[in-house]
Ligand binder design. Sequence first.
Ligand code: ZN
Ligand code: ZN
Length: 331
Amino acid sequence: MPELRYNLLVRDWVIIATGRAKRPHDFIKAKKEIPPIPEYRDNCPFCPRNESLSPPETFRLGDAKVWRTRVVPNKFPALSSDEEIERKTDGIFNSVSGFGVHEVIVENPRHNTLIALMSDKEVEDIIRTYKTRYLSLSGKEHIEAIIIFKNHGPAAGTSLEHPHSQLIATPIVPPQIRSRLEHATRYFDTTGKCVGCFVLEQELKAKARVVIETDGFAVFMPYASFVPFQMLVLPKRHMASFADINDSEIFELASVLKIALSKLYRGLDNPDFNYTIRSIPVHENGEEYFHWYLSILPRLTQPAGFELGSGMFINTALPEEAAEFLRNIKC
Ligand SMILES: [Zn+2]
Ligand SMILES: [Zn+2]
């Protein structure tokens, strides 16, 4: 029987369509015949020695000659910091100029690697780069929200091979972030608890959907996962902003993120996925209410008309079965 499940963390309902449910193995895509990818491509703007093909960098880890990660402005930015910030309201027509920041984080010099295949130290460099850029941009005037995300594979919105993530800093708080913060605030007002801490505590107690647990982090599939194999990575220490992560947490997050993505890579044959870091807007005072996390969304199914018409997802995999499947994948 299908079941509607409530996602307390984000105040959304999901249909777990057990009647149409597939077994975890059914989500393994037929092996694509991909020719081997080289370690370097001379036309790739993100490969070492091709730095002149991308706009001047804003940050690098490494030294003047050899970099380990690099941050460059997006060549085709969704928002631009060259714009003056200007708001216009004319009757119902409300707009802000396209001010903001859109950067690409080149995760590694090697063209043909993936987080799932990198060393822990290399993944740590990526997280450290995220934090450095997050901190730097949160001090910038008119920036309200910073969204760090990764698109991996065509179904996730990229065909670029070179491992990279992106960051967009916006001059408004996106409505979905606002609504989740309001939900977390109301939850705190009613119960005196952080909804993130509470969900984490309950999922760890239930165990069925936990994929990885370390001293400082847990990776689990939400009870009401939006999509098959959705995973949340939550710090156990209450923190509203990703920017508050400390050195040992960076190290630990790198390790659990790598294991989570390796399990997907090995278990489901390198599926396309997105991940996003959900952090409190930069100028908010809801430090007690909100709990930052990283959400991994494999793109194994395609949202369609019902999702667009209702904002409610149909998930055809049981989170408990999917979690057990990934727990058993050795990395
Ligand atoms: Zn490259
Ligand atoms: Zn919390």
